[in-house]
Write a protein that binds this ligand. Structure first.
Ligand code: NAP
Length: 852
C-alpha cells in the first residue's frame, strides 16, 4: 500500500498515538502517525517549564500494556518530573520501534470525508495528502495554549515564555525581574523554581487556586509493595475507579462529623500528597456546597498557616467557588514562595493589567519594568486541538460548525456526520477528570477493537446515530447537573476562552462507569452506531444510559449488599427491616415545629405527625399518606420528604398512620385516609391551618389512598380539596401494565414485591373496586387539580401515566411530570440523590399553586 493511502492516520505522538501505533501494527493495519513536534511524548514534550511534574503519582501514570516495562523502568520519584517522563516515552518508542512509524514536524491542517470512497483525505503542512479509512485525533486535551487575551502582548520587546511551549534549552532567570501571569497548575509548579533564580518576581493572579502539597519523594513503599504483590488487581481497580486511580471511596459526609474531626480527616488526606485525596475525604464534597466548603476552609487555614503576610495569605485564599470545580493544583513550596522578600503577588481584581508595554506591565496605578514575562495562562482545552484542524465530514459539515454551541459526541469518541473519525480522550469522555494514562489506554483499545471488528466483518464505515449522540449529551448533562461544576468559571466549562460555549466538557460520571458503558456498547452490537459495508449493514439504535447517575450508583451499592427481598420476609420482619434502613438516611430540613398526635380513624384512633413551617400561620394543610404498599411504613416513615415539602411549600403537612395490611385489609387504609381528611377539615383551625385550603398528597400506596380519599370527598360532597399530589402512585391493581414487566426487577420496587403488597392488601376480586384502584372509578370528573409524578424505571409508571391521562380526559387540570431516569423510590430520597431535587421542587411548587 502506498505511504499516502493507509488504513489509519493518527494525529499526535503522545502516549495515545504511541500506543495506538503499536496496536495497529500488531493487527496488521497500515498507518501514519503525524506529529508537529520533533519527538514523542506529547504533553511531556511541550511542557518543559521548570518544575513540571506529573500530579498523579507516576506509578499510576505508566503504560500497562507492556508488562515488561514495570521491571525495566523504575520511577525515581513519586511524582516524576517532565524530563524523566519524556525519557520514559522515548524509551518505549525505541523499545517498540515506534519512531519508524511516526512523521515528525508535520502538522495536519485539513481533513475531509470522501463519501464516495468512504475514506478521509488528510492534508498536511508539508503539502502531502494522505488518504485513510480511519482517522484518529490523538491530539491531547491541553495542547493548544490559549491566547493570553491581554492588551499589549505584542508590544513587549523582552523575552516571552509560554509554559506550554517552553524552550528546549531551558531558561536562566538569574538576576532578572520576572513577571508570571496566571496561577493555574503550570504557574504553581514553576513559580517556586523561577523565584529561586529571579532577582524580583511578580505574580499576577486573577483567581486564586486550591493547591495541595505533592510531598514528593521516593515512590511510596506501600504502593510499590501492593503493585509487586498483585499488579493485575491494582490495575483492574484503577480501571473501574472514579478517576483512574484506585482509592478508597469515602463514606462520611463532611457535615456528618464535627468540624474538628473533619479537619483531622483532611489533615491526613493533606499529608498523603495525592492530588485526589482531599476531595475524596468526604462523600459529598462534589455535590454539596456546604460539605465542599469544609474542605475549602481547611485549605484556607493551611494557606494562612504557611504565608506569613496575612494580606497575601488572604489574596491567595480561594473563595466563591467550590473546591475541585477548578482543577486543584499540586505544588512543592508554592505558598512558601510568598514569604520570600523578592516575591510579590498582584491581585488583578484590584489592580487589573492596563497594558503590556515595550518594557514591562502597566497595572492598577503602577507601571513596572520586567526582563522577562511568563505566560502561564492555560489552554484552549478539550476541543482546541481538534477544531484547530479543519475537519469536514458528510455533506460539507465542519466539526467546528457542528460544535459551535458545545461539542457533540457519542462517548467522547465519535460524532454524527463524521464517519470513521475517532477522538482519544475527546470531550464527553472522562479525559481530564481522570488519570489520563488509564483513559488513553481504554480509548486506544476501544478504537483498535472496533476497527478490527469492522475489517473482520466487512464494514467500511462506522458512525453514531443521532439518537445515541443526543442520549449521550443528555447523560453527560445529567452527570454534570448533580455536581457543583456548573457555576465555576473554569476551563472545564470553557470559561477561560472568550466566546467558547459554556458546557462541562469532560464526562464526570467516573472512569469505571464510563468503561462499563463503552463495554456495554460493544456487547450490545455497537449500540448507537451504524456500520456499513459494501455487502452488509448494522444499526442498533438506542440510548446507552438513561438512568440518573446517582440513582444508578445507589442501585449498584444496594446490589452489592445482597439484601434479602422484602417479599421473602414476614410483614413484621419487613417492617423492622424498613425501619432500620430509615435510621441511616439524612433527616431532611429543620421545620418550625413537629407535633405527634392521634385522630379518629374509620375504626378507632390512628396516629399522625404534623410538620409546621417556621413562618407565621395559619397555613394551608396537606394531608399526607406515606408509602409502603399498605403493609409497611407509618406516619413518620416519610419524614425527610414531609419536612422538605413543609419547608419548601410553606404548608402544614399532616402525615397519617392509616391501618396496615394484612392485619387490616382493604378497604381499611382507604377508609382511614378519608376519615383523617374529614377530621383535618373539621379541625383545621385548631391545627393552625386554614380550613379553606386543604389538599392531599401521597407516595406509592399512599398515592393510592390519597387518590381514593379525593374521590370519596368528591362523592360525599366534602371536604373541598384544592389539589392532589401523587408521587409514583399505585392506581390500578386489576391488571399488569407493560412497565410492570419492563421494570419487573432491578429497581428496588419489583413486580414480585408489588404482587406481595397487593396480596396482603386486597383480594383479586376487590382490586377492581375504585376504592382499591382509583383509575377504575366510574367518573373522574369534578376532582381537584392534580400533580402526578411518574418515574421511568418504576413498575407503576404506566398506571400512573394512565391516571394522569384519564384525569385530563375528565377535565381535571393535571400537571404530569415524567421523571426521566428515576425509579419508584428515588425521587423522595431527600439529601441522598441530588437528581431527585428538581422533581421535588416541582412538587413543592405544585402545592403552592394549589393554594395560590
Ligand atoms: P490554567 O489552569 O488554565 O491556568 C491559567 C491561569 O492563567 C489561571 O490562573 C487564569 O486565571 C490565568 N489567566 C488566563 N488568562 C488570563 C488573563 N487574560 N489575565 C490574567 N490571568 C489569566 O492553565 P495551566 O496552569 O496551564 O493548567 C491547565 C491544566 O493543565 C491544569 O488544570 C491541569 O489539568 C493540566 N496541568 C497538569 C499538570 C500536571 O499534572 N502536572 C501541570 C500543569 C498543568 P483564571 O483562573 O481567572 O482564569
Amino acid at each position: 500500500m502506498a505511504r499516502n493511502d493507509v488504513d489509519v492516520v493518527v494525529v499526535g505522538a503522545g502516549f495515545a498515538g504511541m500506543y495506538l501505533l503499536h496496536e495497529l501494527r500488531k493487527l496488521g493495519f497500515s498507518s501514519r502517525v503525524l506529529e508537529t513536534g520533533t519527538d514523542v511524548g506529547g504533553t511531556w514534550y511541550w511542557n518543559r517549564y521548570p518544575g513540571a511534574r506529573c500530579d498523579i503519582a507516576t506509578t499510576d501514570y505508566s503504560y500497562t500494556w507492556d508488562p515488561e516495562l514495570h521491571d525495566e523502568w523504575t520511577w525515581s520519584e513519586k511524582h516524576a518530573a517532565q524530563p524523566e517522563i519524556l525519557r520514559y516515552a522515548q524509551y518505549v518508542a525505541k523499545k517498540h520501534d515506534l519512531y519508524s512509524g511516526i512523521d515528525f514536524e508535520v502538522k495536519v491542517e485539513e481533513a475531509e470525508w470522501d463519501e464516495v470512497a468512504k475514506k478521509w483525505h488528510v492534508h498536511t503542512s508539508t503539502g502531502e495528502t494522505i488518504t485513510c479509512r480511519h482517522y484518529v485525533m490523538a491530539t491531547g486535551c491541553l495542547s493548544v495554549p490559549k491566547d493570553p487575551d491581554i492588551k499589549g502582548t505584542d508590544r513587549y520587546r523582552g523575552p516571552v515564555y509560554v509554559t506550554g511551549r517552553w524552550p528546549h534549552e531551558g531558561v536562566d532567570f538569574t538576576g532578572q525581574r520576572v513577571a508570571v501571569i496566571g496561577t493555574g497548575s503550570s504557574a504553581i509548579q514553576s513559580i517556586p523554581h523561577i523565584a529561586e533564580q529571579a532577582k524580583e518576581l511578580v505574580i499576577f493572579q486573577r483567581t486564586p487556586n486550591f493547591s495541595v502539597p505533592a510531598i514528593n519523594g521516593p515512590q511510596p513503599a506501600d504502593r510499590v509493595a501492593r503493585l509487586k504483590a498483585d499488579r493485575a488487581t491494582y490495575e483492574a481497580e484503577a480501571k473501574l475507579s472514579m478517576s483512574g486511580v484506585p482509592i478508597e471511596l469515602p463514606t462520611v459526609s463532611a457535615l456528618g462529623v464535627p468540624r474538628e474531626t473533619a479537619f483531622e480527616m483532611l489533615e491526613k488526606s493533606w499529608q498523603r500528597g495525592e492530588l485526589l485525596s482531599l476531595g475524596a475525604t468526604f462523600m459529598d464534597a462534589g455535590t454539596n456546597r456546604d460539605a465542599n466548603e469544609v474542605i475549602a476552609e481547611f485549605v484556607r487555614t493551611k494557606i494562612r498557616s504557611i504565608v506569613k503576610d496575612p494580606e497575601t495569605a488572604e489574596l491567595l485564599s480561594p473563595r466563591g467557588y467550590p473546591y475541585g470545580t477548578k482543577r486543584p493544583c499540586m505544588d512543592t513550596n508554592y505558598y512558601q514562595t510568598f514569604n520570600l522578600s523578592h516575591v510579590r503577588l498582584v491581585d488583578l481584581n484590584t489592580k487589573p493589567i492596563r497594558s503590556i508595554t515595550e518594557t514591562g506591565i502597566e497595572f492598577g496605578d503602577e507601571s513596572k519594568e520586567f526582563d522577562a514575562i511568563v505566560y502561564a495562562t492555560g489552554f484552549d482545552a478539550m476541543t482546541g486541538a481538534i477544531v484547530a484542524v479543519d475537519i469536514t465530514g458528510k455533506d460539507g459539515l465542519t466539526l467546528k460548525k457542528k460544535w459551535e454551541n458545545g461539542p457533540l459526541t457519542y462517548l467522547g469518541l465519535t460524532s454524527v456526520g463524521f464517519p470513521n473519525l475517532y477522538m482519544i480522550t475527546g470531550p464527553g469522555s472522562p479525559s481530564v477528570l481522570s488519570n489520563m494514562m488509564v483513559s488513553i489506554e481504554q480509548h486506544v483499545e476501544w478504537i483498535r477493537d472496533t476497527i478490527a471488528k469492522m475489517r473482520d466483518e466487512g464494514f467500511e464505515t462506522i458512525e453514531p446515530t443521532p439518537v445515541a449522540e443526543e442520549g449521550w449529551r443528555q447523560h453527560c448533562t445529567d452527570c454534570a447537573d448533580i455536581t457543583l461544576f456548573q457555576d465555576t468559571n473554569s476551563w472545564y466549562m470553557g470559561a477561560n476562552v472568550p466566546g467558547k460555549p459554556r458546557v462541562l466538557f469532560p464526562y464526570i460520571g467516573g472512569v469505571g462507569r464510563y468503561r462499563k458503558i463503552c463495554d456495554e456498547v460493544i456487547a450490545r452490537g455497537h449500540l448507537g452506531f451504524e456500520l456499513k459495508g459494501p455487502k452488509n449493514a448494522s444499526r442498533v439504535d438506542g440510548v446507552v444510559r438513561e438512568i440518573q447517575p446517582d440513582v444508578e450508583s445507589v442501585l449498584e451499592a444496594m446490589a452489592l449488599m445482597n439484601l434479602p427481598t422484602m417479599e421473602s420476609m414476614s410483614p413484621a420482619d419487613a417492617r423492622t427491616f424498613s425501619e432500620m434502613s430509615s435510621t441511616m438516611r439524612p433527616p431532611g430540613p429543620e421545620v418550625g415545629e413537629i407535633v405527634d398526635g392521634t385522630l379518629p380513624g374509620a375504626d378507632g384512633p390512628i396516629e399522625y405527625r404534623l410538620y409546621r413551617p417556621a413562618t407565621p400561620g395559619p397555613h394551608p394543610i396537606v394531608v399526607y399518606y406515606h408509602g409502603g404498599g399498605w403493609v409497611i411504613g407509618s406516619h413518620t416513615s416519610d419524614d425527610p420528604l414531609c419536612r422538605e415539602l413543609c419547608v419548601k411549600s410553606d404548608v402544614v403537612i399532616l402525615s397519617v398512620n392509616y391501618r396496615h395490611a394484612p392485619e387490616h385489609r382493604f378497604p381499611a387504609a382507604a377508609d382511614d385516609a378519608f376519615a383523617a381528611l374529614q377530621w383535618v377539615a373539621a379541625n383545621a383551625a385548631s391545627l393552625g391551618g386554614d380550613p379553606d385550603r386543604i389538599a392531599v398528597a401521597g407516595w406509592s400506596a399512599g398515592g393510592n389512598v390519597a387518590a381514593v380519599a379525593t374521590q370519596l370527598a368528591r362523592d360525599a360532597g366534602g371536604p373541598a380539596l384544592r389539589g392532589q399530589l401523587l408521587l409514583t402512585p399505585a392506581v390500578d391493581g386489576s391488571k399488569t401494565y407493560p412497565s410492570m414487566r419492563e421494570n419487573a426487577e432491578g429497581y428496588i420496587l419489583t413486580k414480585a414485591l408489588m404482587d406481595w403488597f397487593w396480596e396482603h392488601y386486597a383480594d383479586p376480586s376487590d382490586r377492581s373496586h375504585p376504592k382499591a384502584s382509583p383509575l377504575l372509578a366510574e367518573s373522574l370528573a369534578g376532582l381537584p387539580p392534580a400533580m402526578i409524578v411518574t418515574a421511568q424505571y418504576d413498575p407503576l409508571r404506566d398506571e400512573g401515566n394512565a391516571y394522569a391521562e384519564a384525569l385530563k380526559a375528565a377535565g381535571v387540570p393535571v400537571q404530569h411530570l415524567k421523571a426521566k431516569g428515576h425509579t419508584h423510590t428515588s425521587i423522595g430520597m431527600v439529601d441522598v440523590l441530588p437528581s431527585g431535587k428538581p422533581a421535588r421542587n416541582e412538587m413543592a411548587e405544585a402545592l403552592r399553586r394549589f393554594f395560590a
